[in-house]
Design a binder for this molecule. Structure first.
Ligand code: ADP
Ligand code: MG
Length: 577
């Protein structure tokens, strides 16, 4: 309970005026809730004593009408304020969470799965918001009712009767809550099961097409059903647990009712209290039941919220490993990039994928990288995107460690066209402009031209305005690649990286693109990872990567004269033509 208030204390401090207002409103509402039973008791005594006048009757009726009406409007105002506060808190928590996610590196996203991250910002966040807003109502209103009711019962009616009938309640409550506290463990487990379920459902939704293509709907559905069943099962367990306890409260309540009635009548006979007072007293016993039950669920909700706050906090506390150093430098252009004994290992792998790689690229050069699938070409070249830090060795830009530059600035140098294309459900031109939202029409046309995407526009029913379906369904593989290339080109990046981006285009289109790159990007740096040698044959230097190591380097002419992978592969490609 302390941890939750520690962690959202900043919000209560920030909104203290609102909280104070809500606090007094709640006190007022709890007094209003108790007043009618008190007035009724008085009315009965007046009636019995025969002192009822017309004036006092009007007053009584007016009070009995006005009190609930005032209570209604106060409650309305209170709930309006609670919702407002809850929305504000949800907004700020989501904002903090999402902006934190944007600062995270790939290391983080390999550690936390999507489903889990979503569960934390939906389910957990809701539990926190409930704790910070509705629980205030629970605590202040219920404690208010309990204290005021017991106060009136013992000070204006009879402290002996109060002692006799009410003592059983807190004793039973405390005992039950101690047992219930154990439920926390099950809740924690339920959260984990819920995250797993979200993950599985997400994966299935995203992979719909592939699943269908492989006729895997059924086995996948089974997997989803199992996950959902597990979720329901674990929730049912918690509810069952709860069901065991709630009837016990009713027993406790019944006992105090009997005690109040029995002893109350005895007290009336002995003229210690009046009939009206007993009516008020018994009404209050009835009114204590709700708040006492609520207080015990508040305990549970606080437990839930504490778990949730920890889960939320865990994410916010995680620091990205790739981040700007204190006085990170800006960079707009470069003369030379040098890899020095670079070793790289993925976070959850044992062995490095890149081993002791050293080479350099001068500004304005075109570099080719070839090698078998899985040899580490993408991994090597993506180091320039600053997704991870290198495991050992150095990447130097103009003699300075790449880590001494602003992460964003280094990424801005690069226009990266990945192997797998990510297109968004927007128009074609919007997809291209993502590379550079400030580009003008000329720049757009030029990018489209270099990427050899012009001819495709003729086939798209609405040209550049054609909507791209989810994951780019309306476009062919080659069109998607060319669109991705245009997206990178529109940025006119210092370094263009084509990471196997020409695999889905035919030989003629590839030639067009390579020719135009030579024409329009002759003074810029280009890194071309390719399978077809035709794409790299004019590169200043070609590197052959095998099993994470550079095994050959040279120009095309040099490499076909050397014994090795390049020559071997080249002959194979030639004979296949
Ligand atoms: P290439 O581009 O030459 O085909 P990659 O750089 O994509 O090779 O992959 C090199 C090796 O690294 C492969 O064995 C691949 O399975 C592994 N790998 C790639 N991405 C990851 C990742 N995110 N986590 C762990 N291993 C990876
Ligand atoms: Mg690759």
């Amino acid at each position: 309970m302390r941890s939750i208030f520690n962690k959202i204390g900043w919000f209560i401090k920030q909104e203290w005026k609102l909280y104070l207002l809500m606090f007094f409103l709640l006190i007022f509402i709890s007094v209003l809730a108790l007043a009618p039973a008190y007035v009724l008791g008085k009315a009965i005594d007046v009636l019995i004593s025969g002192a009822l006048t017309k004036d006092s009757l009007v007053l009584l009726v007016a009070l009995l009408v006005l009190l609930p009406v005032t209570r209604y409007f106060s409650s309305f105002l209170f709930h309006f304020l609670v919702n407002k506060t809850a929305n504000k808190l949800t907004y700020q928590l989501r904002h903090n969470y999402l902006s934190h996610l944007f600062e995270m590196d790939l290391d983080f996203f390999e550690t936390y799965h999507k489903g889990d991250l979503i569960a934390r910002i939906t389910n957990d966040l809701e539990a926190i918001t409930v704790a910070a807003t509705q629980l205030l109502e629970g605590i202040v209103f219920n404690v208010g009712i309990i204290l005021f009711a017991i106060g009136i019962m013992s000070f204006t009616i009879s402290w002996e009767l109060t002692l006799i009938s009410v003592t059983i309640m807190p004793v039973a409550l405390t005992l039950l809550n101690i047992i219930r506290f154990k439920k926390r463990r099950y809740i924690q487990k339920h959260r984990e099961i819920y995250s797993e379920m979200t993950e599985i459902v997400l994966e299935s939704v995203e992979g719909q097409k592939t699943l269908r293509a492989y006729g895997q709907q059924k086995s996948n559905l089974d997997k989803q059903y199992k996950a959902i069943d597990r979720d329901i099962e674990s929730w049912r367990y918690i509810v069952n647990y709860e069901n065991w306890f709630n009837p016990l409260f009713e027993v406790v309540y019944g006992i105090s009712y009997i005690l109040a009635f029995g002893f109350g009548i005895f007290f009336i006979i002995n003229q210690k209290i009046s009939v009206g007072e007993l009516v008020t007293f018994v009404s209050y016993i009835g009114m204590l039941y709700g708040p006492i039950i609520s207080m015990s669920t508040i305990f549970t909700q606080l437990n839930n919220a504490t778990i949730s706050v920890d889960r939320y906090d865990e994410i916010l506390k995680t620091q990205a490993k790739v981040k700007d150093e204190q006085d990170a430098k800006h960079i707009l252009s470069f003369k030379e990039i040098e890899f020095k004994d670079v070793v790289f290992k993925y976070p959850f792998d044992k062995n490095p994928v890149i081993k002791n790689i050293s080479f350099s690229i001068k500004n304005g050069q075109t570099i080719g990288i070839v090698g078998p699938t899985g040899s580490g070409k993408s991994t090597l070249i993506r180091q320039l995107l600053r997704e991870f830090n290198v495991t050992s060795g150095l990447i130097l830009i103009d003699g300075n460690d790449i880590q001494s530059y602003k992460v964003e600035a280094v990424r801005d140098l690069v226009g990266y066209v990945p192997q797998a294309h990510v297109l968004f459900k927007r128009a074609v031109d919007e997809n291209i402009l993502m590379g550079n939202p400030n580009a003008n029409q000329n720049m757009l046309d030029k990018a489209v031209k270099i990427a050899d995407f012009e001819k495709d526009l003729l086939y798209l029913h609405d040209g550049l305005n054609t909507m791209v379906g989810e994951s780019g369904t309306t476009l062919s593989g080659g069109q998607k690649q060319r669109l991705s290339i245009a997206r990178a080109l529109i940025k006119d990046p210092e370094i263009l990286i084509l990471d196997d981006s020409l695999s889905a285009v035919d030989a003629k289109t590839e030639e067009n693109i390579i020719d135009r790159l030579k024409e329009f990007r002759s003074n810029k740096t280009n890194i071309i990872v390719a399978h077809r040698f035709s794409a790299v044959r004019d590169a200043h230097t070609i590197y052959v990567l095998e099993n994470g190591e550079i095994t050959q380097k040279g120009t095309h002419a040099e490499l076909i004269r050397q014994e090795g992978w390049y020559k071997h592969q080249y002959i194979q490609q030639m004979t296949m033509k």
